[in-house]
Ligand binder design. Structure first.
Ligand code: GTP
Ligand code: MG
Length: 196
């Protein structure tokens, strides 16, 4: 998609604040610091519209980015290390769970994993959970620029094997710095947008 207009519609802390439109939504999930904001920025051709940071666990809201009035990207706070109280984390987990299982507009989930390493137990749990709820899932292996080219295939199969991903789950290796994988990720999103 040719992207010129993007708008951070809302950073929601509760369901009443979600946009009240029929526009399809694509959620981005992954551990803190894996590169969700960076992927968003590449997809929308902006340098730092979705704020990136080297400090993990910052984002504590569901951020809805309206892209060309055609799709929302929903940046879901990173799991892993949230620097918040247990109570806050529970409230938050519930909100995310509710969003992912009950949101009618949701067409698919992009799960990001760090392509430099094998997926963590948190990553595996998240993937299994998404499959359990039959959510169409795309795996994006981030930071592939940090892996030498000769190891890309090995990393790809490590991701697939560790997640026990079946063939209906595509895996795309991605680099925000090189913009590698951008077209393939967009293709998947557009395919999902056309599907009810
Ligand atoms: N080399 C490289 N660095 C990346 C890539 N993607 C993200 N980073 C870096 O990783 C750090 C975290 O990226 P973010 O995009 O902020 O990660 P996030 O998943 O949004 O993190 P939270 O919002 O805290 O959950 C930043 O320093 C980015 O510059 C990539 O593809 N290659
Ligand atoms: Mg972020």
């Amino acid at each position: 998609m040719e992207v010129n207009n993007v708008d951070l519609t809302i950073s929601a802390v509760s369901e009443e604040q979600y946009p009240q439109t029929k526009i399809p939504e694509i959620a981005l999930v992954g551990r803190s610091n894996v590169g969700k904001s960076s992927l968003t920025n590449v997809l929308i051709n902006r340098r730092n519209y979705a704020h990136t940071s080297s400090q993990p666990g910052k984002t504590q809201t569901l951020n809805f980015y309206n892209v060309e009035e055609q799709v929302y990207f929903v940046d879901v706070p990173g799991y892993g290390y949230a620097k918040v109280s247990k109570k806050e984390r529970e409230r938050f987990g519930k909100m995310i769970e509710q969003y992912l299982t009950q949101r009618e507009q949701l067409r698919g989930v992009i799960q990001l994993v760090d392509a430099r390493h094998a997926p963590t137990p948190d990553d595996v749990n998240m993937y299994k959970w998404l499959q359990y709820y039959n959510l169409p899932t795309l795996i994006v292996g981030t930071k592939i620029d940090k892996v030498k080219r000769s190891a890309w295939n090995r990393q790809l199969s490590t991701i697939k094997k560790t997640l026990e991903a079946d063939n209906s789950t595509p895996i795309i290796l991605f680099s925000a710095t090189e913009k590698k994988g951008k077209a393939d990720v967009w293709q998947w999103i557009e395919d999902r947008m056309g599907n009810n």
